[in-house]
Design a protein around this ligand. Structure first.
Ligand code: UDP
Length: 316
């Protein structure tokens, strides 16, 4: 197959490039390099089945030749990024999704929208299954991300219903692993880098909120299976092992072998406003229809991710 991956120089996108190349496909990565980095795909330079196009998907997309699949991963998924770039966040979710859907229609390609657990907002249902409609504040600081992805899902379904585009929607829950940006502000790179430096881990507010963290290889496997399936509606992919942020901090300290302590801080900006109190995927649909479930437990995934960040710190 010939596959286009937007956000292909990003954290998850670059792992998808690796996977589809390893499976023998031709891969085109597209990225505007705003938050993605060529470091993530440097090892693919010169690969005979790999191409990179430096392009912003909010502008008209031109790709020569046939495409079998379009995977739209381009996004600004970190709360700090969407506070700093609220308009770009809305544009990539709305205009970027429109352009990539138009491309999929023109090429008669199968389409994947990378959506998010944020469509559930601060959920009133726990764990979250795909039939829950969510609890999102449209005018809060997270609204720019959440609503752009909710719009993107609606647009994807409209292209499916009106234009019969063969669509898939994955709702990604907190995924982590090598190639996360060290400074993207999310809890995984923050805590690991703080622990590696022996600094206190910055637990926001009281640390009692929960998340469920999925290792990137598990997510990639889930996405590949979803693309091979005939599931048109949204599918949660995530690891249902739920931890509080304080528990998570202790696991990071253990994985790093650090003496760091925890410090409880109230961020001055709006990053924790509307911060979901609890989040955990119900993965029944993926289990039943894709035969998928995560294989990498949190301590193991943290060891692998720590090795990546340790290496980067050593080189810096
Ligand atoms: N968080 C924290 N310290 C940090 C970064 C994040 O306590 O240095 C908290 C944050 O408030 C949230 C959780 O960790 O409750 C996960 O935040 P993240 O930014 O990773 O992503 P989210 O799941 O909110 O999209």
């Amino acid at each position: 197959m010939r596959i286009l991956i937007t956000g292909g120089a990003g954290f998850i996108g670059s792992h998808l490039c690796d996977r589809y190349l390893a499976d023998g496909h031709d891969v085109i990565a597209m990225d505007n390099l705003k938050t993605g980095s060529t470091d993530n795909i440097a090892h693919l330079a010169g690969h005979p089945r790999f191409n990179f196009i430096h392009h912003d998907v909010t502008h008209y997309i031109y790709v020569a030749g046939e495409l079998d699949q379009v995977l739209h991963l381009a996004s600004l998924p970190s709360p700090v990024d969407y506070l700093n770039y609220p308009i770009q966040t809305l544009k990539v979710g709305a205009l970027g999704t429109h352009n990539t859907l138009g491309l999929a229609l023109a090429k008669q390609a199968r389409y994947l929208l990378a959506s998010t657990s944020e469509v559930y907002g601060d959920p009133l249902v726990h764990p979250q299954n795909e039939s829950y409609w969510g609890n999102v504040n449209p005018v809060g600081p997270r609204g720019v991300y959440d609503e752009s992805k909710r719009f993107a899902e609606a647009l994807t379904m409209a292209y499916h219903r009106y234009h019969a585009v063969d669509t898939r929607i994955v709702r990604i829950f907190n995924t982590y692993g090598p190639r996360m940006r060290a400074d993207d502000g999310r809890v995984v790179p923050n805590f690991i880098n703080q622990a590696l430096r022996g600094d206190p881990l910055t637990v926001y507010d009281h640390g009692k909120r929960t998340r469920a963290f999925c290792y990137v290889d598990d997510l990639v496997e889930g996405i590949v299976r979803l693309m091979e399936s005939d599931l048109e509606g949204p599918v949660n992919i995530g690891n249902p092992t739920e931890v509080t942020i304080v528990e998570f901090a202790k696991l990071v300290i253990e994985a790093v072998g650090s003496q760091s302590e925890l410090t409880f801080v109230i961020p001055e900006d709006e990053r924790t406003r509307d911060d979901p109190k609890q989040r955990c995927p119900d993965i029944g649909r993926a289990r039943e229809h894709l035969g998928w479930e995560p294989n990498v437990a949190l301590p193991e995934g943290l060891l692998r991710t720590t090795a990546y960040f340790r290496d980067r710190l050593d080189r810096a």
